[in-house]
Design a protein around this ligand. Structure first.
Ligand code: SF4
Length: 80
């Protein structure tokens, strides 16, 4: 499986609701002081936790980019 190379807040379609779900699932990568931010130096090798957080995001605002591929938004994760 391809490694995750980047994770970010993508509000091009919807806005982060600041629900805190991503932080609850993977607090070493996500924090929600207001809107979600990726922690500095976050360990992107935590692939399963990051994907779980993205799948659980009610606003589909967590974007993931994989090695050698383009951006994958939350609803598309299961396809890869
Ligand atoms: S799960 Fe989604 S909507 Fe909720 S705080 Fe995280 S990024 Fe924002």
């Amino acid at each position: 499986m391809a490694k995750i190379t980047r994770v970010w807040l993508d509000e091009s379609e919807y806005e982060c609701t600041m629900c805190g779900s991503c932080e609850a699932v993977c607090g070493s990568v996500f924090e929600v002081p207001e809107k979600m931010v990726i922690k500095e130096g976050a360990d992107l090798s935590l692939k399963e936790e990051i994907e779980e957080a993205a799948k659980g995001c009610p606003a589909s605002t967590i974007a993931i980019e994989y090695e050698n591929s383009g951006k994958r938004n939350n609803p598309l994760i299961d396809r890869y």
